[in-house]
Design a protein around this ligand. Structure first.
Ligand SMILES: Nc1nc2c(ncn2[C@@H]2O[C@H](COP(=O)(O)OP(=O)(O)OP(=O)(O)O)[C@@H](O)[C@H]2O)c(=O)[nH]1
Ligand SMILES: [Mg+2]
Length: 386
């Protein structure tokens, strides 16, 4: 399998095998005819100066390129469009721009480019002098805002792997302050910029991209709500709903995310997919490395358990919980099945009618009234005996 619309080249890097990638959306498996035609998918634009790292980010996060390989990437000279069609929750296109793009060229159709844009990621090389990048950021966001006021502006302060912790913080503060001052001075107080410290050499780029993508998922509050209900009824500490191929999390419960937990869960997905690819596939290579039988349990030496379950063709739930709370696995498994059903209902609801979906509260109540999770042994011993 490979990405729709992907360029022909394949890279023999990363921990996943090359053929483990996004397939076309399958309405039968994924909850009805929810696929959106390419041009209507929300767009994420990657912009920034030359060599700031835009193509590297796109290749590392969505094409499993190893960070070292990005050293050999050539400069981008035209807009590269990449279709990410992994599930009906996460359908978007990424447009990777050349660094030297000039908005004042007559060929630059800003209405078309910014009109259908969901998020604009502006990449700043933090290892370089960033004054020119700040000017370009200002020019870019003001131009985009004039066309489309709904764009989410995300600033990646990138390549922070080369900076000390103190310098990282200082750079973020300085960029934050200057960028907002520039906007304020020219009367654009209403533009909101979100800042992320990122590097392709660790998980920070996946975390930042998770947050960018989450803002484009209209069902996010519902998903968070479902995860909250699941963890509180199953004595789980933290739960992430992962897009397995990219390892970005499309939702988590509302407790704070710490980077180490996220990294652990990413590593677990790597282990499961690698094991499955090497030892789990039939010799005739039928089936995929991730299917409805996929699940895994890893006990760590600090009394913590990592528990992974398949939710649908593209999504996995990864939970972190204390070993003591795992003695009634049956309850957790039962609650998980309710959770999975509820997710399925969200897919179905999404496909029913746009007018229904445009009322978020209605949607949440409808789903919650039907999930009926069992209480955990901690909160109510005696019910849902496993
Ligand atoms: N240290 C470090 N280097 C990075 C990181 N991300 C990208 N790079 C390097 O930055 C260089 C430029 O990366 P590209 O991805 O080609 O930059 P680009 O923004 O697409 O450049 P243009 O296509 O010319 O606009 C490459 O040598 C990458 O290896 C990072 O997080 N840390
Ligand atoms: Mg490029």
């Amino acid at each position: 399998m490979s990405y729709e619309g992907e360029e022909d080249e394949q890279y023999d890097v990363g921990s996943f095998p090359k053929d483990f990638g996004y397939g076309p959306f399958d309405p039968d498996v994924d909850g009805g005819p929810g696929s959106i035609p390419g041009e209507q998918k929300p767009r994420i634009l990657l912009m920034g100066l030359r060599r700031s790292g835009k193509s590297s980010i796109q290749k590392v996060v969505f094409h499993k390129m190893s960070p070292n390989e990005t050293l050999f990437l050539e400069s981008t000279n035209k807009i590269i469009k990449d279709d990410i069609s992994n599930s009906s929750f996460v359908q978007f296109q990424i447009w990777d721009f050349p660094g030297q793009i000039d908005f004042f060229e007559p060929t630059f159709d800003s209405d078309m480019i910014f009109g259908g844009c969901g998020a604009l990621v502006f990449v700043i090389d933090a290892q370089d002098d960033y004054m020119e990048a700040l000017n370009k950021l200002h020019l870019t966001v003001t131009k985009a805002f004039k066309v489309n006021q709904n764009i989410k502006f995300e600033v990646f302060i990138h390549k922070v792997d080369g900076l000390s912790d103190d310098y990282k913080m200082e750079t973020q503060r300085d960029i934050h302050q200057r960028a907002n001052e520039n906007l304020g001075d020219s009367g654009y107080d209403q533009i909101h910029l979100s800042f992320h410290l990122t590097s392709i050499y660790d998980h920070s780029i996946f975390e930042a991209f998770s947050k960018v993508v989450q803002k484009l998922i209209p069902q996010l509050p519902t998903l968070e709500n479902l995860l909250n209900i699941l963890i509180s009824n199953s004595a789980i500490e933290k739960a992430f709903l992962f897009d397995v191929v990219s390892k970005i999390y499309i939702a988590t419960d509302s407790s704070p995310v710490d980077m180490q937990s996220y990294e652990l869960c990413c590593d677990m997905i790597d282990v499961v997919i690698d094991m499955s690819c090497i030892y789990g596939l039939h010799e005739d290579a039928e089936g995929t490395a991730f299917d409805n039988q996929s699940s895994s349990l890893i006990k760590l030496n600090n009394g913590t358990i990592l528990y992974l379950r398949e939710v649908n063709k593209f999504l996995a739930l990864v939970c972190i919980l204390r070993e003591d709370n795992f003695d009634r696995q049956g309850v957790i498994d039962y609650n998980f099945l309710c959770f999975r059903d509820a997710i399925q209902q969200v897919f179905e609801l999404r496909n029913k009618s746009q007018s229904f979906l445009s009322q978020p509260n209605h949607r949440i109540n409808h789903v919650n009234s039907q999930i009926g999770l069992e209480p955990s042994p901690q909160t109510n011993v005696g019910s849902a005996q496993s």
